[in-house]
Design a protein around this ligand. Structure first.
Ligand code: CAA
Length: 380
């Protein structure tokens, strides 16, 4: 096993690190405070190829591997998890979903624009009464021959107000359960498609989260993704890749908090010495370092599984479960190391702590990851 990054991977990581330091860091506190979606930064990330990282260059993508994707996600998330979730959803849920399951026509029409950042995408599965229990969709898409009629509500949708293209999961035939679900491409501006108010969130406040309403939206049959009834498996497979992105985001939040706490502990003095010389702080730093290293290997393992064409349903769930736990635990420890300063916005760690929480909730809560893992390890 080779644990070293290639020179190309190091260059990609360094480019993302430079972008995060030079472009994301200035203004990150204000974007969080004002819940400001960074349109200008999304454009720049598109220009750098960060919005279609794994997409084939023939569709406008960067043609990189999943290892590159998680390296970019970690670096962006160290500074701004609101920006990185835009990248994660666009790459893993929307671009991947279309590239893996879409028709050539759908790829030419939508993927080429999503991969370059000309369009931003959103993935719409969660509903007021069907978050974790994804087969219990209330949104319906009634088959009318050459089109479907879509009705229902989706909520907590990342990029919800800003997106141009929405992949929407809906129930076509309730009697068929998970086999009666389809995925559709919905464009902003379709008649009957309404964007509800923006959510006022604890963390990732610079990202744009909305409830969406579909009232008799006429969806052409050519906007269905995959065969009739394949929407639930489409959603599950796509979310497995999404969990690698969120695991990398959690890793970035944890390592960002750790790096800030380490630097601070070498500068801040108490009782006549830098606080890193006190064992109470040094042991916290040692725990942070080793837990983050462990999470990093799990994230890399899941990315590697995907790149090798292996099944990554379980390794992505393991990576997300562990990395999000580490993000929550150690961003909180970072605040503790900063003491009173940690409670103040200027030092960044309180934002990382608030941002960490969502990594244990979205794209499947920690409990959902445990369902995926336990079903796998207990089956015959
Ligand atoms: N790949 C392919 N097929 C899969 C699959 C996968 N990863 N997982 C399940 N399936 C298939 C099963 O094989 C089964 O097929 P058969 O009927 O042919 O056997 C079918 O799908 C149904 O599977 P289950 O019986 O396992 O389904 P379930 O109802 O028990 O649910 C679950 C399983 C894991 C709990 C699933 O519902 C789940 O992952 N829920 C969480 C959903 C989620 O992550 N929501 C977040 C949405 S996105 C978001 O956060 C918003 C955003 O903007 C970021």
């Amino acid at each position: 096993m080779n644990f070293n990054l290639s020179e190309e991977h190091k260059m990609i990581r360094d480019a993302a690190r430079d972008f995060a330091q030079n472009e994301l860091l200035p203004g990150v506190i204000e974007r969080d405070e004002n819940q400001h979606f960074p349109n200008d930064l999304v454009k720049k990330m598109g220009d750098l190829g960060f919005l279609g990282i794994m997409v084939d260059p023939k569709y406008g993508g960067s043609g990189m591997d999943t290892i590159s994707y998680v390296l970019i996600m970690e670096e962006l998330s160290k500074i701004d998890a609101s920006a990185s979730v835009i990248v994660s959803v666009n790459n893993s849920l929307v671009c991947y979903g279309l590239e893996a399951y879409g028709t050539e026509e759908q790829k030419q029409k939508y993927l080429t624009k999503l991969a370059t950042g000309e369009f931003v995408g959103a993935f719409c599965l969660s509903e007021p009464e069907a978050g974790s229990d994804a087969t219990s969709q209330k949104t319906t898409a009634i088959d009318k021959g050459d089109h479907y009629i879509l009705n229902g509500t989706k909520n907590w949708i990342t990029n919800g107000g800003r997106a141009d293209v929405y992949l929407v999961i809906a129930q076509t035939d309730r009697d068929k359960g998970s086999h009666g679900i389809n995925a559709f491409i919905i464009e902003k501006g379709m008649e009957g498609f309404h964007i509800g108010p923006k959510e006022n969130k604890l963390g990732i406040r610079g990202s744009d989260t909305h409830t969406l309403q579909f009232n008799d939206v006429k969806v052409p049959i050519e906007n269905r993704i995959g065969d009739d009834g394949s929407g639930f498996r489409f959603a599950m497979k796509t979310l497995s890749g999404g969990r690698i992105g969120i695991a990398a985001q959690a890793l970035g939040i944890a390592s960002g908090a750790y790096e800030l706490a380490l630097k601070y502990s070498k500068e801040r003095k108490a009782f006549g010495t830098e606080i890193c010389n006190h064992q109470a702080i040094a042991f916290k730093l040692a725990d942070m370092y080793s837990d983050i290293e462990a999470a990093r290997y799990l994230v890399m393992r899941a990315a590697w599984d995907k790149d090798q064409g292996k099944n990554y349903d379980v390794s992505s769930a393991v990576a997300k479960l562990q990395a999000s736990k580490v993000a929550m635990q150690h961003s909180t420890e970072a605040v503790q190391i900063f003491g009173g300063n940690g409670f103040v916005k200027d030092y960044h760690v309180e934002r990382l702590m608030r941002d960490a929480k969502i990594t244990q909730i979205y794209e499947g809560t920690s409990e959902i990851q445990k369902i995926v893992i336990s079903r796998s390890i207990t089956k015959d």
